[in-house]
Design a protein around this ligand. Structure first.
Ligand SMILES: *[C@@H]1O[C@H](CO)[C@@H](O)[C@H](O)[C@H]1NC(C)=O
Ligand SMILES: *[C@@H]1O[C@H](CO)[C@@H](O)[C@H](O)[C@H]1NC(C)=O
Ligand SMILES: *[C@@H]1O[C@H](CO)[C@@H](O)[C@H](O)[C@H]1NC(C)=O
Ligand SMILES: *[C@@H]1O[C@H](CO)[C@@H](O)[C@H](O)[C@H]1NC(C)=O
Ligand SMILES: *[C@@H]1O[C@H](CO)[C@@H](O)[C@H](O)[C@H]1NC(C)=O
Length: 224
């Protein structure tokens, strides 16, 4: 409930305030379907995970780099995945930017805060994770990050997505991200807009046949 309120609050702020300027790039993102892309990535066998969170191309330029994204992710409790335990194969996505299907650049998992091995623990007990794709081809050079966010069972269940795990993973991740977060001296101000009906709702083509509600969250992340 609180999270829902925060999203509404952030959305109303985004609607009523001009976009912060300065180091903003200009365009939040381009609809992936405009130039033949898909809101589902390719997990193999014709199924995919929804690209259910976008980090706007109007975010701070420092955030729209891999090190910058990693720092922000660490500020909301994610870290690079545990290499030793990772079980899933890389996936690819077509963001309609002219690059066709491109492999994910990085995969991040929720860190349970157990020193350096927190992420390994996550792989064992389950949690949120996300894959990252960059929209930077010549047809849509926005620099936006498209995230496929999901919530998994623990490793003993073969890294299956929990029931409703795409919607739940997305909403949990966003609830933890909106507002001010800090990592290693950098403070981020994240606002969210819920774009309902951004992609087809339902389970057609979705990995594991898990239905999605069709909403995609647009995050704008400014370094304060
Ligand atoms: C994507 O990843 C797969 C699996 O690791 C690999 O076989 C393939 O060559 C990669 N494709 C590109 C374009 O890097
Ligand atoms: C697009 O992003 C990918 C992944 O970070 C990178 O390898 C590639 O060089 C970028 N392309 C351009 C044109 O910036
Ligand atoms: C976005 O909207 C959908 C559809 O109304 C809703 O189910 C979901 O909880 C919302 N997510 C967030 C983070 O506001
Ligand atoms: C965070 O971003 C919101 C929306 O742009 C803005 O209203 C608010 O003043 C920002 N907070 C800080 C501390 O920069
Ligand atoms: C993308 O385009 C499709 C087809 O016009 C539309 O249904 C969908 O709402 C658009 N999504 C966004 C996020 O603009």
């Amino acid at each position: 409930m609180l999270a829902f309120f925060l999203i509404l609050f952030a959305a109303s702020l985004a609607n009523s305030c001009p976009t912060p300027s300065g180091d903003s790039a200009g365009v939040p993102f381009v609809n992936v379907t405009t130039n033949g892309g898909s809101w589902l990535d390719n997990a193999g066998d014709g199924f995919g995970e929804p690209l259910n969170v976008i980090i706007s191309g109007e975010s701070s330029a420092e955030v729209l780099t891999q090190p910058g994204l990693l720092r922000w992710a660490q500020s909301i409790g994610f870290s690079t995945e545990c290499l030793g335990i990772h079980l899933g194969a890389p996936q690819s996505a077509n963001l309609g930017d002219g690059n066709g299907f491109v492999n994910q650049t990085i995969e991040l998992r929720e860190d349970y805060g157990v020193a350096e091995d927190g992420t390994c623990l996550e792989s064992l007990i389950g949690g949120n994770h996300f894959r990252v794709y960059v929209q930077n081809g010549t047809l849509a050079p926005t620099g936006a990050f498209f995230l496929a966010v999901s919530k998994e069972e623990d490793a003993f269940d073969d890294h299956n997505i929990v029931p409703d795990g795409y919607n739940i993973g997305r909403d949990e991740m966003v609830a933890g991200a909106v507002g001010m977060t800090t990592f290693d001296g950098t403070t981020f101000n994240t606002t969210a807009v819920n774009m309902t009906n951004a992609m087809p709702a339902g389970s057609a083509g979705v990995n594991h046949g898990i239905a999605v509600d069709g909403a995609v969250i647009l995050l704008t992340i400014m370094i304060v």
